[in-house]
Design a protein around this ligand. Structure first.
Ligand code: ANZ
Ligand code: ZN
Length: 866
């Protein structure tokens, strides 16, 4: 065949691999294991280009490790619960389960077409009861151990649709369906106590050498450890304290007012009967419809209301007003802050807005700040002023000293605060794993007995039209008998678990996916876990990876595993990007909507306006710059698609998609194809050369052989050390170029042997990258079996360098020049070459050498005496 024909070749080898079960693995203690995992996909309908890149990277490493002799686990499955299934079900009048399962089969077929080497016998889908049964089991264990608890907490609520809204369903504070402003509603919900592990999770961030720094930094910031103090302010006229958390106890003399989060339990009672009572209530109500996360509050102007109450500053003993303010979060510290407008910008803005005193207590070196005129807060360190006995002290020293002072008075202590919150896992959604508890009017919360697991999601339930879970409306599901007292009118918990719960442990399930006696077979996990190499998008740098690390700690505490870190090495691959095209009238255009006109200008097919070719950005539907893997598969096949997605950029960087690049990959594949087929007949009956380069007679054979060995070394190192497949591929391309330069009609057997050696190794080196192609050519070379079962090629250390030696030339004992020459060059020729050297000629001038000495050691020394 003239050209590589993926339509014939690729299905052929996929069938061969399947039939011979080449990717099936079992635990084999005699072999070293390697567990590689790519983040599993959400079954949205079809694979996108990001998946293709992610899985290709993983597949190459897996195939390489297998050839290196490792017992490799490489599974695939589906993160199958989640909201899009519910939305699609409502929109298309189908059922989430039906939608999900049909997407799974479509995507599975696509992955198989890409030739990825998964052990499909280990496939899992998290929406299957066999899977979530064990998640429910773990929930019960955590409940028993006090690792899961219930508390009242806020959710987004649409009063019109009478439903809870996920954050994604809130669009600019409004319900995505009916546009009514969203409210915050308090509901009882389940939490996992991840904060118990905050310190451990933080400390180990520094013990993950196989993770990118940017990811561990993000995790550390998310955990957000803050060392500070808790200070007690007595409430005026009451025998009660307000506790604040501050990282700046040194500024306590400057605390001229106090702010409480609107959700703070004391807001209502403090304002009761005061002049501002109604104003406070209205403010609290208003804030309840705003986003109340650390990021969310940044969107709103800082504002607040005086509660009418006062408290006593424990340092100055002054009476200071208590406000409630929208920039204070209930979820951080104590939900109350001492406001120091001179030292904190938010407090400063607030004080200016409401005419509150700004009192400087930290004076910067060499400056004289005045609270009435300073343009902004001063947040740095300096010298203490207006702070009683502490005046003149360095403010950084004052932190400790003043906390101790307040501690003596029973008004403060040092504490550590974490930004990390407990993980709220209740979702008022249908398509998720049911939470296995029953609520009894007499017994309260009663865990479902283990024997009753799994609590099955009724897969054929009809969804409510406006969204929201039908579970509470389904009597056969929601009505339950209390397992403790037998009351018939108990109620099942109708919430489901956050889908991040499923993804926090799926990698352990792969070790023994059909195990029926527990979450996993301890022996299998002992052999395979932890994951040696995890690959996925950086968008999961925080939540998914942090929850997974937390779950392993839970299992460790429960004595079920003996490690704490799930992923030894992590690769976060870059995004796949492409240029965008915009028309001034029609916005973003699909590629086919922009054509070149007669003047060679790119214009819009609809309005003829000039099209602007815009930035190269992440592929997304809304930007109309998406490449569909299906089209690539049809046009080029799997191997060219794989090759391009590896060749265009190193994995951790963004990859710019361009058609020319894909064409280039296609040309290279066909170039190798033609080259190998051309030689196949000519090297018939020839054995590949296997010796040392110095045993080769001709320079041509020697050079080629050395190049081939260098290529093996380079490709091995690029894959092994850094996953830099792009430079590995370039190295093979160079070798192919050198081979192409050989005239196939006039070479001797020695060169043919070297060429055969090179061809065999090119196929071995490329086999992880373009496996179907390499299998086919390997077969055409007359080999039997699969190339994938061959060991990874080794290079000869003695054949990496053309054997040249360095010649050092001295004139009257002084170094004057250097050059390289073949190691077996005769002395006479070395002398001649030295004398002919340009630099030496300059030093010699017209003088004649009296004596020339050649000394051959590791280097050759030529000493010319004039
Ligand atoms: C007084 C003070 C004076 C503060 C000053 C800062 C500067 P990090 O470092 O992020 O932990 N704070 C405490 N709890 C809060 C809450 N629930 N909502 C909003 N802000 C809160 O931040 C700690 C600082 O953030 C604390 O120190 C407190 O303001 C504020 F010159 O107290 B500071
Ligand atoms: Zn009961």
């Amino acid at each position: 065949e003239e050209r590589y024909n993926p339509e014939l070749v690729e299905p052929k080898w996929q069938a061969y691999w399947k039939e011979n079960q080449l990717f099936k693995v079992t635990e084999d203690p005699s072999k070293e294991k390697y567990y590689l995992l790519e983040m599993f996909p959400y079954p949205s309908g079809k694979i996108h280009i990001g998946h293709v890149r992610n899985y290709t990277i993983g597949d190459v490493v897996v195939r390489y490790k297998r050839m290196k002799g490792f017992n490799v686990l490489h599974p695939m499955g589906w993160d199958a619960f989640g909201m899009p299934a519910e939305n699609a079900a409502i929109d298309n009048n189908t059922h989430p389960a039906a939608w999900t399962y049909s997407n799974i089969s479509a995507m599975r077929a696509q992955l198989k077409k890409m030739g990825f080497s998964y052990d499909w016998d280990r496939e899992i889908a998290t929406c299957r009861p066999e899977y979530y049964k064990w998640e429910q089991w773990l929930f019960l264990k955590m409940l028993e151990k006090g690792m899961a608890y219930r508390k009242e907490s806020y959710v987004n609520w649409c009063e019109k649709c009478q439903t809870v809204l996920a954050n994604e369903q809130v669009e600019q504070d409004k319900c995505w369906r009916c546009s009514r402003p969203v409210q915050q509603k308090k509901l009882w919900q389940w939490f996992f106590k991840i904060t118990d592990y905050a310190q451990d999770l933080l400390v180990h961030c520094d013990q993950l050498p196989g993770w990118p720094d940017k990811v561990t930094v993000m995790q550390k910031n998310w955990i957000g450890r803050s060392v500070g103090s808790e200070l007690k302010f007595k409430i005026h006229g009451r025998d009660e304290d307000l506790v604040v958390f501050t990282t700046r106890p040194d500024t306590v003399f400057g605390a001229t007012f106090m702010c409480l989060a609107p959700e703070h339990p004391l807001v209502e009672s403090l304002s009761k009967g005061t002049k501002t009572q109604d104003e406070v209530a209205a403010f609290v109500k208003k804030v309840s419809s705003q986003e109340r996360s650390a990021e969310g509050i940044e969107k709103y102007e800082k504002e607040g209301v005086f509660t009418g109450a006062y408290c006593i500053n424990p340092a100055t003993l002054e009476k200071i007003p208590i406000y409630t303010a929208n920039f204070v979060l209930m979820e951080y510290g104590t939900g109350a802050i001492m406001s120091v407008p001179a030292g904190d910008q938010r407090d400063f803005d607030f004080a200016r807005k409401y005419g509150l005193e700004i009192r400087v207590v930290v004076q910067p070196e060499g400056e004289e700040l005045d609270g009435n005129t300073m343009p902004e807060a001063f947040t740095g360190s300096g010298v203490m002023v207006n702070s009683g006995e502490f005046n003149g002290l360095d403010s950084t020293k004052a932190m400790d000293v003043m906390t101790d002072w307040l501690e003596e008075k029973g008004r403060g202590k040092k504490t550590v605060s974490y930004r990390l919150r407990d993980w709220g896992i209740s979702r008022q959604r249908f398509w998720g794993a049911p939470i296995p508890v029953i609520h009894c009017p007499d017994c309260g919360v009663v865990p479902v007995p283990e024997a009753d697991l799994p609590i099955r999601l009724p897969e054929d339930a009809n969804l409510l039209e406006k969204g929201g879970s039908p579970l509470p409306t389904l009597d056969f599901f929601a009505k339950a008998t209390c397992p403790a007292c037998g009351r018939q009118d108990a109620k099942r918990d109708t919430d489901t678990m956050d889908t991040f719960v499923e993804s926090s442990w799926y990698y352990l399930r792969y070790c023994s996916p059909r195990y029926e006696k527990g979450m996993f077979d301890p022996e299998a996990v002992k052999y395979w876990a932890p994951v040696d190499q995890y690959i996925g998008g950086v968008e999961h740098a925080v939540l998914h990876l942090l929850y997974s690390r937390y779950f392993m700690r839970v299992l460790h505490t429960l004595g079920m595993i003996d490690f704490k870190e799930p992923f030894t090495r992590l690769l976060t691959q870059g995004m796949v990007c492409k240029e965008t095209m915009t028309c001034p009238d029609h916005g973003f255009l699909f590629p086919e909507e922009a054509v070149k006109n007669d003047d060679g200008k790119l214009v819009c097919t609809r309005c003829n306006s000039d099209v602007e070719v815009g930035r190269v950005i992440k592929m997304s539907k809304s930007k109309k710059n998406v490449v569909d893997p299906n089209e690539l598969l049809e046009k080029y096949g799997a191997d060219v698609t794989r090759l391009f997605s590896l060749f265009a950029a190193p994995p951790e960087r963004d990859l710019e998609w361009n058609e020319d690049g894909v064409e280039g990959s296609n040309r290279f594949v066909n170039r190798v194809w033609r080259f190998v087929l051309e030689w196949v007949e000519k090297i018939d009956g020839i054995e590949p050369f296997k010796g040392s380069a110095c045993d080769l007679a001709s320079k041509q054979a020697k050079d080629l052989y050395i190049k081939a060995n260098q290529t093996i070394k380079k490709v091995t190192e690029d894959i092994d050390k850094s996953f830099h497949f792009n430079t590995a591929i370039s190295a093979v391309m160079e070798l192919v170029n050198d081979l192409y330069a050989v005239d196939s009609d006039c070479v001797d057997d020695e060169v043919k042997k070297v060429i055969l050696f090179s061809i065999e190794n090119i196929l071995l080196l490329l086999s992880p990258i373009i496996p179907h192609f390499c299998e086919e050519l390997y077969e055409k070379l007359g080999k039997t079996g699969s190339i994938l079962e061959q060991p990874w090629p080794e290079y000869r250390k003695d054949s990496l360098e053309t054997d040249e030696v360095l010649v050092i030339v001295q004139v009257n004992g002084k170094l004057r020049s250097k050059f390289k020459i073949g190691s077996d060059t005769e002395d006479a020729v070395v002398k001649e070459t030295a004398l002919a050297d340009e630099k030496i000629k300059k030093y010699m001038g017209d003088k004649q050498p009296k004596k020339i000495i050649v000394i051959k050691k590791k280097q050759t020394l030529v000493n010319i005496v004039i």
